[in-house]
Design a binder for this molecule. Sequence first.
Ligand code: NAP
Length: 339
Amino acid sequence: MAGLQVAVVGATGAVGREVLRLLTERRFPAMAVRAVASPRSAGQRVDGLPVEALAPHVFDAVDIAIFDTPDEVALEWVPVATERGALVIDNSAAFRMAEQVPLLIPEVNRHALYTRSRIIANPNCTIATITVPLGPLHREAGLRRVIACSYQSVSGAGQRGIEQLWAETREVAASGGAPSGAGGGAFRQPIAMNVIPAVGSFRGGHTSEEVKMGAELRKMLEAPQVLVGVTCVRVPTLRAHGVAVHAEFDRPLSPAVARDLLRRAAGVEVVDEPERGLYPTPLGAMGRHPCYVGRIRTDEAGLLAFFAVADNLLKGAALNAVQIAEAVVEDGVLIASRA
Ligand SMILES: NC(=O)c1ccc[n+]([C@@H]2O[C@H](COP(=O)([O-])OP(=O)(O)OC[C@H]3O[C@@H](n4cnc5c(N)ncnc54)[C@H](OP(=O)(O)O)[C@@H]3O)[C@@H](O)[C@H]2O)c1
């Protein structure tokens, strides 16, 4: 299908900018792309496109709208876009757990696309990082339980997160000491030379990010019985989230079999030669598409352990959204869901 009209809402943000770039780089069959953001950005240019202020008319004649906005903006405006006839791919958390809305990673649960839903949700970036490798392992051995710790980059908090790390980094480089305080509004404490064991807002001792991890993994793997224990931690890296995973399965799964499955899995690249200093790192994953997996081993508790890293702005957000749009076009879902 050629000549689609696409709107990118949140086009000036950390994710939206990557979506615009990927639509061009991957030659998405779009006749026209509209860049939409808040009235604050109207009139600016992003990726060569004029930015339009979000309003109902920006969805006129739009086939696919990719939303990269805060949850509250998506909650209000996604229904406006669907009412005007657009199919929405939403990067926010607003609709992920809605029963009728598919939560999709094409390599893991592409079949979930076959729905009449006019909204398709993109998963949280941290859970995407481990769902890509856990998907094939679950199909082989039946996932029972996951214990995980995340090492999340500042760009997970959007442009403000990136700006705060740079501001504090410049300060510590100039002073030669620790940051004097938070150098921006993204994190309550300094993030340069620090780690912050809190990502999202607190809900009864857990953070919203930690709650999302279990719920979204269960939905994507269609495995309601899987239990997830996780601590999410912000670290002073720019891009790409790392996650240390310890997973228990119903059936035995040796590191050798897991490594072999992961080598053959779509979207995964195994980097696992620790004796040569080769393992996944955020710098190694930055700007790249695969989910990298290494340190594959059985831990002392008998669980399969590995370290996964993926670029949160790409596989964790923009790339996955564009891959969903590609799948929508390839599988004729756009036409089917309109009928
Ligand atoms: N960053 C990640 O790694 C990541 C990963 C997965 C999912 N997500 C989700 O993706 C969404 C975007 O995240 P981000 O990191 O790109 O955030 P961001 O850098 O803060 O960008 C937010 C975007 O939303 C726009 N926006 C804000 N308020 C708006 C309003 N009232 N009307 C219209 N547009 C508005 C902003 O436009 P202005 O520039 O005009 O303010 C900007 O384009 C969020 O829901 C986030 O949770 C992010």
